[in-house]
Design a protein around this ligand. Structure first.
Ligand SMILES: [Zn+2]
Length: 221
């Protein structure tokens, strides 16, 4: 069924193959022939070494595992104490949920919604969509009916999930507050810090081409 793997090289304009046989490297725009999608195949851009295809089964299982990790860490990160501030004998402990809800009455209500949506809801939505897309693929079964739509939405949501940016913001704020009061970091801070690492790893492993090709191949059958 498969043709022999062609060496990745830009074809001459005279015999340009059909468009869906080509991919452009997302990092450097080099035009390449698609390698046939077979298990275990791995293709990198010869010019900039950007990973184009990752071995499929492993990628899918790893991304699902990391998605579940993100979901569990997120619950801890939101509801456990984020930090405790003490000054002059008075101390106050607060979770991210408390902090977001602090704006929940009055004119700042939209801010509460925005904080919870960008830090919690969208990252959780993204991992739920990824698990929906990839779960059947991990078991070697056909994708669920809305998988293509779910994966497209997961891609669209990615720039808006800002849990990592929140941690950077929190660290900057802590440096300022540390001069005025004693700040003790709670378990949620470390959960968020771990979350940043896990989300970064997940984004690196998640190879759009690989997933889209699997979904496209199934659609054509
Ligand atoms: Zn490249």
């Amino acid at each position: 069924m498969s043709s022999p793997a062609s060496p990745p090289a830009a074809p001459a304009p005279a015999d340009l193959p059909p468009l869906d046989a080509l991919i452009a490297c997302p990092a450097c725009d080099l035009l390449l022939l698609r390698a046939p999608l077979e298990e275990g195949i791995r293709q990198s851009c010869p010019r900039c070494h950007h990973l184009l295809y990752a071995p499929r089964a492993r990628t899918v299982v790893q991304v699902i595992a990391l998605s579940l990790t993100v979901a569990i860490l997120m619950i801890g990160a939101v509801f456990f104490p984020f930090l405790e501030i003490s000054a002059g004998g008075i101390s106050h402990e607060s979770s991210v949920f408390d902090a977001a809800m602090a704006f929940s009455d009055g004119i700042l209500l939209p801010l509460s919604f925005a904080v919870m949506a960008l830090i919690v809801v969208l990252p959780l939505l993204r991992v739920a969509l990824l698990v929906y897309t990839l779960w059947p693929l991990a078991q070697g079964r056909p994708a669920w009916p809305l998988a293509r739509r779910a994966f497209r939405l997961a891609e669209a949501v990615q720039p808006w999930s800002m849990a990592e940016i929140f941690v950077v913001g929190a660290v900057v704020a802590l440096v300022k507050i540390a001069g005025l009061a004693t700040v003790t970091l709670g378990p949620a801070f470390w959960a968020f810090a771990l979350l940043v690492a896990v989300v970064t790893l997940q984004n690196n492993l998640l190879n759009d081409w690989t997933i889209w090709t699997v979904l496209d191949t199934q659609k054509k059958r």
